[in-house]
Design a protein around this ligand. Structure first.
Ligand code: IMP
Ligand code: MG
Length: 184
């Protein structure tokens, strides 16, 4: 789905499909180098990170394993609370593993800092974070991001896995959602 298919709901493209792929390839090259002599487990956070993981792992030259987690952060539809619940846990035992968490977006950072603590408590060799997007608010939370795609303004964005009320995930780019869609 492209922006033209959604006329009216969106206020413009923030990051094009082409820009997303270019950046993911650059991030993959760094991960290739950093994990050249290590066994890497990529943990995608459902559902938002599905597109990021799919394109990122295919841009890698090293073989990796993949697993998925689904977490839910209580809060309103556009703000997270930091109270996190595991909806689907990993199938993989993390003991001694090098883990790379792949996220779609870091907003308050509350979800990811909880996830980092949770995975690190499982006896991992290392846990790092790759996030495609980061908002300014995240700078105030202590989340150590090893691989960052783009810093973006504090707008609500959709597409490339990111949703509003489960909609817009299959948009091929990242676009700003018109506030009239969520402000009543
Ligand atoms: P945090 O805990 O505030 O960092 O929120 C992270 C989660 O909130 C992300 O994984 C997304 O699911 C969701 N989120 C935050 N900002 C946006 C956005 O602009 N669009 C879509 N989802 C978002
Ligand atoms: Mg998410």
């Amino acid at each position: 789905m492209r922006v033209e298919d959604l006329d009216g709901d969106l206020e413009g493209v923030l990051i094009s499909a082409q820009e997303l792929q270019t950046r993911l390839k650059q991030m993959a090259a760094k991960v290739d180098a950093d994990y050249a002599d290590k066994d890497l487990l990529v943990v995608g956070v459902l559902k938002g990170a599905v597109m990021v993981v799919a394109d990122f792992v295919r841009a890698l030259s090293i073989p990796v394993q993949m697993d998925w987690m689904a977490v839910s952060s209580y809060g309103s539809s556009t703000k997270s609370s930091g109270v996190v619940r595991i909806l689907k846990d990993l199938d993989t035992d993390l003991g001694g593993r090098h883990v790379l968490i792949v996220e779609d977006i870091l907003d308050s950072g509350l979800t990811l800092s909880w996830l980092l603590r949770n995975l690190r408590s499982r006896g991992t060799a290392s846990v790092e974070v790759l996030t495609l997007l980061r908002k300014p608010d995240a700078m105030r939370t202590e989340v150590d991001v090893r691989y960052l795609g783009f810093d973006i303004p504090n707008d609500f964005v959709v597409g490339y896995g990111l949703d509003y009320a489960e909609k817009y995930r299959n948009l091929d780019c990242v676009a700003k959602l018109s506030p009239k869609v969520y402000e009543h």
